[in-house]
Design a protein around this ligand. Structure first.
Ligand code: ATP
Ligand code: MG
Length: 332
């Protein structure tokens, strides 16, 4: 069975509906046909500085949402990145076979460093894609489900795997990107031409998985639409309505065309009220399960420790092999 690896950063107090529709929910389905490794990317989340006071809580909350959304820690391997030191061990080796120019071509680094300014840009942000390559290669993953924005990083991962293999002998599986094209992209409800994002300047259009149903419903009812009256899918002319239809469709499985027919002649308000209900029904069980897990942090921590242990069985084998091929003196 193919092995799949993926992760999300614990950079907020809750994941959002885009993370759910675009990542988590797909992961849940992948568990049927793949051997899955899912991690909370806490090491990645410190490239722009972090708050030690919220770090551990955010990490737990993120892991709890994975499980609450349907990641089964028995069937899959669920781990916290910083608890499996092989990620960073491999990352250093990969840093040393990555060209400086090659890393400097990464468009995400260029965008983010421009935004942050040179004095706020860390070397960690620069080598972020190399740590990402290590996350994947350390588990010998066959497939990596990623959004379009990660395509270039995955290409780097493949190049590093091939380079290492040709210099030091067959060591790594060269992973394929599984670009989730038909998985819906969710847009910000208040600004429906921008994608829903944890780092949006305002949270008015952000549906967080763990927010109270009332507050999410209110945001849906105030979602920005156009001044027309027709419920119709048209990303250009009607980005707001199209976004509501996409969310509705992806949470219920009802095709967009069917929804459009159902709301023919009805006002936008009807669609919004019904969508708010759909979102509430979807998130309610996730919130309850996440809360149960967070009510017993010691048990959650034990579960995560077991996940890290399971992960290390694979990861340590890879690092031992890599170190040996590099010619390092064997450890005691
Ligand atoms: P940030 O703003 O910090 O980049 P983010 O909200 O974009 O945060 P990421 O951690 O970058 O979240 O992404 C985690 C996963 O969620 C990725 O697989 C990404 O493709 C998916 N994802 C993020 N935002 C959306 C969205 N609006 N619609 C669909 N999928 C999304
Ligand atoms: Mg992002």
């Amino acid at each position: 069975t193919p092995r799949v690896v993926s992760g999300v950063q614990p950079s907020a107090d809750s994941l959002h509906l885009g993370n759910y529709v675009g990542a988590l929910r797909n992961w849940v389905d992948m568990q049927d046909d793949n051997e899955c490794v899912f991690f909370v990317a806490d090491l990645h989340s410190i490239t722009a500085g972090q708050n030690p006071a919220t770090m551990s809580e955010r990490t737990r909350v993120t892991a709890a949402q994975y499980i609450a959304a349907g990641i089964d820690p028995e069937r899959s391997t669920l781990l916290i990145q910083s608890q499996v030191p092989e990620h960073t061990q491999l990352s250093w080796v990969l840093n040393c076979i990555t060209g400086y120019g090659e890393a400097a071509r990464m468009t995400q680094f260029k965008d983010k460093s421009l935004k942050q300014g040179a004095e706020n840009t860390t070397v960690g942000l620069f080598t972020y894609p190399v740590l990402m390559a290590a996350d994947i290669l350390v588990y010998q993953a066959n497939q990596v489900p990623v959004g379009e924005d990660q395509r270039q990083h995955l290409e780097l991962t493949r190049n590093l795997a091939q380079r290492f293999n040709s210099r030091f002998g067959e060591t790594f599986v060269v992973p394929d990107a599984k670009i989730l094209e038909n998985s819906a992209k969710v847009y910000d409800l208040a600004n429906p031409t921008a994608k829903m994002s944890k780092s949006a300047p305002s949270d008015a259009g952000l549906i967080r998985l763990l927010d109270p149903a009332k507050s999410n419903a209110k945001k849906i009812k105030s979602a920005v639409t156009d001044d027309g009256t027709e419920v119709r899918f048209d990303r250009q002319a009607k980005p707001g309505i199209s976004n509501l239809l996409t969310i509705y469709s992806s949470l219920t499985g009802t095709p967009v065309d069917t929804l459009v027919a159902e709301y023919e002649g009805k006002m936008y308000g009807h669609l919004k009220v019904d969508l708010a209900e759909v979102v509430t029904q979807t998130l309610d069980p996730i919130q309850k399960r996440a809360q149960e897990l967070l009510d017993d942090p010691a048990e959650l921590d034990r579960l995560l420790a077991r996940g890290a242990h399971k992960a290390r069985e694979i990861a340590a084998r890879t690092v031992t092999d890599v170190y040996e091929r590099m010619g390092f003196l064997p450890g005691a």
